[in-house]
Write a protein that binds this ligand. Structure first.
Ligand code: ZN
Length: 259
């Protein structure tokens, strides 16, 4: 049974520079975040990433005279809220997400537009589902490791953790991925209502944040400052601040109103 909810492989396959035959065993997962730079929700961000995977413009000419064949920036899979999309099947190397880790890893791009943006709980849940399925299939431990050699590590690492990633200043996937992901993977205490509230009001779920803000104004818990219908960046920052303030000072009332 496939773990994937969808695939873009038929389109990717048409572009021979985006993959190579896999010749080594799979020994872990390499995690990335998409970071397209917009303030998209996870679903939109994942769609944008998939368009990039399919695009004929996703082609780096390489340096054939130096033995570097043309390649793309691509991973094995992309994950967003409730969606796990196949880009390149496990029998092929995606060329490349982080070489040489790609030679022995499956790589995943997690939907997150910018560093610091919270990742939706549904995305984290899909990451856990994918990681468990792949660990069972290929027999690697679900533990985060810090590679000292990108050829030989086993388990899970972030792009930020690999030798290649550190050398090029990568920060993905970052704490917004690792903290909830490892907690969910290790089945630690689920988030409290107020932690959920804080997650919901943050950038990753902007529509929900607006709805929460308007509900709190309506309930009289936040004064109406006349910014409830303005969707620009400044009003979003103010709204988020008001909600977080209320959750910190009156968590029970906030939790009653915010679902
Ligand atoms: Zn990366």
């Amino acid at each position: 049974m496939t773990i994937y909810t969808d695939t873009v492989w038929p389109q990717v396959r048409a572009h021979s520079w985006k993959y190579r035959p896999r010749t080594r065993d799979i020994t872990g997962i390499l995690w990335h975040c998409t970071r397209g730079g917009q303030w998209y929700d996870g679903d939109t961000e994942l769609g944008a990433y998939m368009n990039w995977c399919k695009s004929p413009n996703n082609r780096n000419p390489g340096a054939p005279s130096m033995g570097i064949e043309p390649y793309a920036g691509i991973a094995s899979a992309g994950i967003g809220p409730g969606r796990i999309i196949e880009c390149v099947p496990d029998g092929y190397l995606p060329a490349w997400s982080s070489w040489p880790s790609d030679e022995t890893k499956i790589s995943v791009e997690v939907a997150q537009s910018n560093p610091g943006q919270p990742i939706e709980a549904a995305t984290i849940a899909s990451c856990v589902e994918y990681a468990r399925a792949m660990a069972a299939r290929y027999g690697f431990p679900l533990e985060r490791v810090m590679p000292v050699n990108d050829w030989t590590w086993v388990g899970m690492a972030g792009h930020e953790d690999t030798v290649q990633g550190r050398a090029s200043g990568k920060t993905d996937p970052g704490p917004e991925f690792w903290v909830p992901f490892l907690a969910a993977l290790n089945q630690e205490e689920p988030l409290t209502n107020n932690e959920r509230t804080l997650t919901a009001v943050a950038w990753g779920d902007y529509e929900r944040m607006k709805a929460s803000y308007n509900a709190l104004v309506k309930a009289g818990l936040i004064p109406d400052e006349g910014i409830g219908t303005v969707d620009d960046l400044n009003s979003a920052v103010v709204k988020r601040g008001r909600i977080m303030e209320l959750v910190a000072t009156n968590p029970d009332k906030a939790a009653e109103v915010i679902k």
